[in-house]
Write a new protein. Structure first.
Length: 316
């Protein structure tokens, strides 16, 4: 995000815009070139302010979160997960600051990414245990960081339906790749926990207070919630497969990288298209985001040959 790169991007240099995209700085929905680059400039300024404070005082406070220099996640931890995001989605975001912090909430907390608007400043917080070991309980440090990096890269797309699916595809676990995206919001977790707690409460009441109480409706509630979540996720994956099938003849090995940069509505629409080329030529696809997608991942219109995967720059 150096000055020369931003200046070239402001002059609509497609190579510079592609470089920003490779660094996980995806253009947002309907974002103009000026708005996009202004956001990145503000992001860079905020990161510089944090870095200066950490260097000078050893700590930095941001919206109630205290960050300390000696809790910083070293850069080599991000280097070891480069391929986890580069291979499927063609981006490597090593600019996101991360810290080993045990928050006061949730003893099962593994880690998460925090976002701060409007420039989408992001940072990682993961358990201190990961400073000494790669795995803690069900969590893997590499997978956790790569998962959250996917969310950081897509934050300006405001995705809800497909967001968790993309993030879980970096997992080494086949089960998490296939079922990790079942929960798309906190409300889903509350539905499962709430219905389960109601079942336990009903069983307690039946055992000690009202022997005649019917417990089976509470079982049906739990089963109904699970069926609803699984059915919804099955439909979500079906929409993704349909969109990928329509896009693959044009995008080839770049199909997942293109879908990763699409909004929820665009993915659904892609699955219904008969002519991808006509859709790509529509004025609504003449945004910064789609200009970069076309330049990096799709062959020029005069050629129908499938483009090979856009290589990431060599790591320095």
């Amino acid at each position: 995000m150096h000055d020369e790169l931003l200046k070239a991007a402001r002059d609509h240099d497609m190579a510079a815009l592609a470089e920003l995209d490779r660094n996980g700085l995806l253009a947002g929905v309907g974002e103009s070139l000026d708005d996009y680059l202004s956001r990145i400039h503000e992001l860079r300024t905020r990161i510089a302010t944090m870095e200066h404070a950490l260097d000078e005082t050893g700590h930095f406070d941001i919206e109630g979160i205290e960050l300390k220099a000696d809790q910083r996640i070293p850069q080599d931890r991000f280097e070891e997960i480069r391929d986890m995001t580069a291979a499927p989605y063609s981006f490597v975001a090593e600019w996101v600051p991360g810290f080993y912090i045990d928050p006061s909430f949730g003893w099962l907390f593994g880690g998460c990414a925090y976002y701060f608007y409007p420039e989408f400043f992001a940072l990682f917080i993961i358990r201190k245990a990961f400073a000494r070991q790669q795995k803690w309980l069900i969590y893997d440090r590499r997978e956790l960081l790569a998962h959250e990096l996917c969310h950081v890269a897509r934050v300006a797309l405001h995705s809800k339906v497909f967001e968790e699916h993309f993030a879980y595809q970096v997992s080494n676990s086949r089960f998490r790749r296939n079922f990790g995206g079942v929960f798309v919001s906190a409300a889903d977790s509350f539905m499962v926990l709430g219905s389960t707690l109601l079942l336990l409460l009903a069983q307690f009441v039946q055992s000690f207070l009202l022997p005649a109480l019917w417990v089976w409706p509470f079982w049906l509630l739990v089963i109904g919630v699970v069926i609803f979540l699984l059915t919804r996720y099955r439909a979500t994956r079906k929409m993704l497969r349909r969109a990928a099938r329509k896009l693959r003849p044009l995008a080839g090995t770049n199909t997942e990288a293109v879908l990763f940069r699409c909004t929820d509505a665009e993915i659904v629409e892609l699955g219904t298209l008969e002519n991808i080329r006509n859709w790509l030529d529509e004025p609504s696809r003449d945004t910064v985001r789609w200009q970069v997608i076309k330049a990096r991942f799709l062959p020029p219109q005069e050629s129908e040959s499938v483009q090979t995967e856009d290589p990431l720059p060599a790591h320095e």
